[in-house]
Write a protein that binds this ligand. Structure first.
Ligand code: ATP
Ligand code: ATP
Ligand code: MG
Ligand code: MG
Ligand code: MG
Ligand code: MG
Ligand code: MG
Length: 307
């Protein structure tokens, strides 16, 4: 664009650049989903369609941004982890957060009809007037987002564990609460009162003795949340690292990492290596699973998420 006398206003812009060499987590969360879930008649406590939709939208985000190495979701929230070496948008916070949140929201809205409207109908024609669960302009799903930097792998693991523990605690509570209301005929207030001060074992006991529900038999997606990552065809003999080509890359070495676009300060790799990694990431299958990410096992089997 040509220079103009107005161009000086650009100097007012301020960019927050996120700390180098840290794991960047962008967490998004549905705005007012308590109300939105009532409006669209979500099944309580866990509407499977709504969870599937969150997972599909998040999967789209991971697939379209190769720098995201893993994502974890529960309820109306999702955390996207950018590899610590990412240089996407020069690590500008606003760019990263807004791109994730709008990519997610766009996918969520685009995929809503196929997930929620079994009998067809389009975006915008749902007005709550009995026309199924089409999206209404007066109750559109929107999300907020934030970015947090975690300086060590341990911090990142603790972050993800924190979210998964939260999922467990909330789901145990919600499962018990809604069993008391839906099957036990209690009012929400009475159920809340009943559960006040109760610990995990109390809730397990209520579920089992009153409703014959073994909490451990509840679906994994409800109890553990959803994990999205790239899965590679694992050769049991060679292991994933060689398959992925991170450690075994045989490109020439010795080129300074300074002019490298995709890797950060502490792990200089060649441009060809970086390009190769990007290509591999882009082609890899993005999978969604409902597994424990607190213990080491998940991570030991998938070293490429960290490397
Ligand atoms: P805020 O805008 O502050 O995030 P919120 O109403 O979205 O407010 P959250 O703490 O984010 O509050 O909680 C999300 C709420 O959305 C849950 O409490 C639950 O009522 C509802 N919800 C989200 N996902 C589902 C689902 N899959 N099935 C049923 N209800 C859901
Ligand atoms: P970035 O991701 O960096 O923003 P960009 O390709 O979006 O890259 P912009 O500087 O934002 O680049 O410019 C937007 C471009 O989109 C315009 O240069 C123009 O080519 C195209 N564009 C936007 N709106 C229209 C429109 N209404 N009609 C035709 N072209 C458009
Ligand atoms: Mg523009
Ligand atoms: Mg919020
Ligand atoms: Mg919310
Ligand atoms: Mg939430
Ligand atoms: Mg643009």
């Amino acid at each position: 664009m040509a220079n103009s006398k107005y161009e000086y206003v650009r100097a007012f812009e301020r960019d927050e650049v996120l700390l180098p060499n840290t794991w960047i987590v962008v967490r998004i969360d549905g705005r007012g989903f308590h109300k939105l879930s009532t409006h669209y008649h979500f099944t309580k406590p866990n509407d499977v369609r709504a969870l599937n939709l969150m997972n599909l939208a998040a999967s789209h985000v991971v697939a379209s941004i190769p720098d995201i190495t893993i994502a974890y979701g529960v309820s109306d929230e999702y955390s996207f982890v950018f590899h610590k070496t990412t240089n996407l948008f020069e690590r500008r916070c606003a760019k990263l957060v807004t791109t994730v949140v709008s990519t997610f929201t766009a996918a969520y809205v685009a995929l809503w009809p196929s997930t929620f409207e079994a009998s067809g109908g389009g975006v915008g024609d749902g007005d709550g007037g009995g026309g199924g669960d089409a999206l209404s302009l007066t109750m559109l799903p929107t999300f907020d987002g934030r970015a947090v930097c975690y300086p060590s792998w341990g911090n990142l693991r603790d972050y993800l564990s924190w979210r998964q523990v939260d999922c467990h605690i909330n789901n145990l509570y919600n499962t018990t609460f809604w069993a008391l209301v839906q099957q036990g005929g209690m009012s929400p207030t009475a159920a809340e009162e009943h559960l006040k001060g109760s610990v995990s074992s109390d809730k397990n006991e209520i579920l089992w003795s009153k409703f014959g529900i073994n909490y451990n038999d509840e679906p994994d997606m409800f109890r553990k949340g959803s994990v999205i990552f790239r899965e590679y065809a694992l050769e049991p003999s060679t292991g994933p690292k060689q398959e992925v080509g991170i450690e075994g890359a045989d490109d020439e070495v010795g080129i300074e990492g300074a002019d490298d676009e995709s890797r950060g300060l502490q792990s200089p790799v060649t441009k060809t290596q970086a390009e190769k990694m990007k290509k591999i990431r882009r082609k890899a299958k993005v999978v969604t699973s409902h597994v424990d990410i607190i213990r080491d096992e998940f991570w030991l089997h998938r070293p490429w998420i960290r490397s």
